[in-house]
Design a protein around this ligand. Structure first.
Ligand SMILES: NC(=O)c1ccc[n+]([C@@H]2O[C@H](COP(=O)([O-])OP(=O)(O)OC[C@H]3O[C@@H](n4cnc5c(N)ncnc54)[C@H](O)[C@@H]3O)[C@@H](O)[C@H]2O)c1
Ligand SMILES: [Zn+2]
Length: 452
C-alpha cells in the first residue's frame, strides 16, 4: 500500500531543466529508494511559480521521510542536473487504519472504523477533557458508532441544530459558552462529528477558543469526507455571505469512516459526488471515466470506498502544495463561480438546492463557457454534460433571474478585480485558473442549459 507523500520542491529557475529530464530523474529516484511512484505537480497556468515532485512511499519505507540520509540519497541521484538542494517537506499522509502514526509531523487522514481509530488516537494523547460536537442527526446516527469513547470520563457532548442556516455566530456563541461552562482549557479537545457545517464551524470555534485548542474532524457526509474536512478551511456565514468569517487551520487528524454514509439520504450522497466528479475532472481521464459511468444508486461499497480515497488524495495533494490558495488550489474552484451564484439564488428564493447539485450545474455551465472561448473541445463538453445530466435533476433558471445570478457572480470572493473570475476546463485533467468570464458568456451558457 502506498500511503505517504513526500514532496521535493524546486525553485522556478530549474523548471525547464526538470521538465526535460523528468523521465530520467523519475527512474533514478524510484531505483532503490523505496519510492514506488513519482508524480510531477505544477501549476499549468503559472508554470513559473514552483515545481514539485511527489514521492509515494510504500509502507515499509514509512520512516524514511524523517531520515536526512534518505533525502541525501535521492539528492545524489538528481543533482546531476541541478546545483541547489530542493526544499523538502512532508505532507498529510493518507493511511490505512492499522497504521495510526504516533508522532507525525503533519496531520494524517485516516480511513477505517472511526470507533477504533478514535480510541487509538486518544490512547496516544492525554487531554484534560474531550468535547464532541454533533447536530440532531449526527447525535442520532453517528454518535452511537463511536461507542468506546462515550464510556470514558470527561466526555462532553455539545449539540447544535443542523443546517447551513445555523452556521453562524449565534451557534458559535452557544458552543463557546458550553466550552467555558464545562471548563474546557488549552488542553481540551473538540471532536467535530458531522457534515461540512459541523466541521467548518466546530473547527473555527476550536481555533479561536483560548487562542486555539486541538480539534479532530470526523466527517459523516460524503461531501465532508471528500472535500470539506480536507484542506484546513474553517469558517461560518455572516451577513448573508457564505464562509466570510474564518481561517485556515489543520485538525490533529481527519478520520474518514465510510460506514457513516449508510444513514445518509441519497440526495446528500449525490451532492458529495459532485465534488468527486470535480476532483476527477481536475485529475485525469482515468479517474473521470470511473466516476462518470458509475450508477450512483447501485454503486457497491468497495467501489465507493476506493473512489473516496482517490478523491481525498487528489484534494490533499493540491492543498498540500498550495494551502492558502495562491495558485493551484484555485483549480478546486471549478464549477463554483456559477455554482455558488446559482446556490445563492435558490437560497434567496427559499427553494434551496444542495451545494453539490449547484456545483454539478456550475461545472457544466462553466464548461459551456470554456467552449464559447474556444478553450474546450465541444465533444469533451458534451461528454461532461451528458454524464452529469445522467446523475442530477435538471435545473431551470428563469430568464428574469439572470441579472441576479450575474450579481452573485460579481460578489464571489474569488474575484480579484471588478471582473468575474473562474477556473475553466481545457481538457479532462487540465484546468486553467484565473480566467475572466463575461456577463454575456454566463447568460449564454445558462440559456443554452435551459434549452437542453
Ligand atoms: N472547508 C471546506 O473546504 C469546505 C468545502 C466544501 C464545503 N464546505 C462546507 O460544507 C458545508 C456543507 O456540508 P455538508 O454537505 O456535509 O452539509 P451538512 O453539514 O449540512 O450535512 C447535511 C445534512 O446531513 C446530516 N447528516 C450528517 N451526517 C449524517 C449521517 N451520517 N447520516 C444522516 N444524516 C447525516 C446533517 O445533520 C445535515 O442535516 C457547507 O457549509 C460548505 O460551506 C466546506
Ligand atoms: Zn464545493
Amino acid at each position: 500500500m502506498i500511503n505517504r507523500i513526500v514532496k521535493l520542491t524546486f525553485k522556478d529557475e530549474y523548471i525547464q531543466a526538470f521538465k526535460i529530464h523528468f523521465e530520467t530523474v523519475k527512474s533514478k529516484i524510484t531505483n532503490n529508494t523505496g519510492c514506488e511512484k513519482v508524480t510531477l505537480l505544477q501549476d499549468a497556468n503559472n508554470p513559473n511559480v514552483f515545481f514539485t515532485y511527489s514521492l509515494w512511499l510504500s509502507e515499509k519505507h514509512l520512516d524514511n521521510y524523517r531520515n536526512t540520509e534518505f533525502f541525501n540519497k535521492i539528492w545524489s541521484k538528481v543533482k546531476i542536473n541541478f546545483s541547489e538542494k530542493p526544499q523538502v517537506w512532508t505532507t498529510s499522509k493518507i493511511s490505512s487504519q492499522d497504521n495510526t502514526p504516533s508522532n507525525s509531523l503533519e496531520h494524517p487522514i485516516l480511513f477505517g472504523n472511526s470507533d477504533t481509530l478514535l480510541n487509538k488516537f486518544l490512547q496516544n494523547k492525554l487531554y484534560a477533557s474531550v468535547f464532541i460536537l454533533v447536530d440532531e442527526n449526527t447525535e442520532n446516527f453517528c454518535l452511537p458508532v463511536i461507542k468506546q469513547i462515550l464510556n470514558k470520563k470527561n466526555i462532553n457532548v455539545i449539540k447544535i441544530n443542523s443546517g447551513e442556516i445555523n452556521k453562524n455566530l449565534n451557534t458559535c456563541q452557544q458552543i463557546w459558552k458550553q466550552l467555558i461552562e464545562a471548563k474546557a482549557n488549552r488542553n481540551s479537545l473538540l471532536i467535530n462529528l458531522g457534515g461540512g457545517v459541523i466541521g467548518d464551524m466546530g473547527g473555527f470555534c476550536a481555533s479561536c477558543y483560548k487562542r486555539g485548542i486541538d480539534f479532530l474532524q470526523i466527517p459523516t457526509t460524503l461531501l465532508s469526507q471528500v472535500d470539506a474536512s480536507v484542506g484546513g478551511k474553517l469558517g461560518i456565514d455572516f451577513m448573508g455571505l457564505k464562509n466570510v468569517i474564518g481561517q485556515f487551520k489543520n485538525p490533529q487528524t481527519v478520520i474518514i469512516d465510510p460506514n457513516f454514509l449508510n444513514t445518509l439520504p441519497f440526495e446528500e450522497i449525490r451532492s458529495g459526488y459532485a465534488e468527486m466528479l470535480k476532483h476527477a475532472l481536475i485529475h485525469n481521464k482515468n479517474t473521470w471515466n470511473k466516476l462518470a459511468i458509475s450508477n450512483l444508486k447501485t454503486i457497491n461499497y468497495n467501489q465507493l470506498l476506493n473512489s473516496i480515497k482517490e478523491s481525498v488524495q487528489i484534494k490533499a495533494e493540491i492543498v498540500d502544495i498550495d494551502p492558502f490558495e495562491k495558485n493551484i488550489r484555485k483549480k478546486l474552484n471549478l464549477g463554483h463561480t456559477i455554482g455558488h451564484a446559482v446556490e445563492t439564488y435558490f437560497l434567496n428564493k427559499d427553494k434551496p438546492i444542495l451545494h453539490g447539485e449547484a456545483v454539478a450545474y456550475g461545472i457544466v455551465a462553466e464548461a459551456n463557457i470554456a467552449v464559447q472561448k474556444g478553450i474546450l473541445h465541444k465533444e469533451v463538453y458534451l461528454e461532461i454534460k451528458n454524464s452529469i445530466n445522467n446523475i442530477y435533476d435538471k435545473i431551470i433558471i428563469p430568464n428574469n433571474a439572470l441579472e441576479e445570478i450575474i450579481h452573485h457572480c460579481y460578489n464571489d470572493k474569488k474575484n480579484e478585480k471588478k471582473e468575474i473570475n473562474a477556473s475553466l476546463i481545457k481538457d479532462i485533467g487540465e484546468i486553467l485558473i484565473n480566467q475572466i468570464i463575461s456577463e454575456k458568456e454566463i447568460k449564454s451558457a445558462i440559456l443554452q442549459l435551459n434549452e437542453n
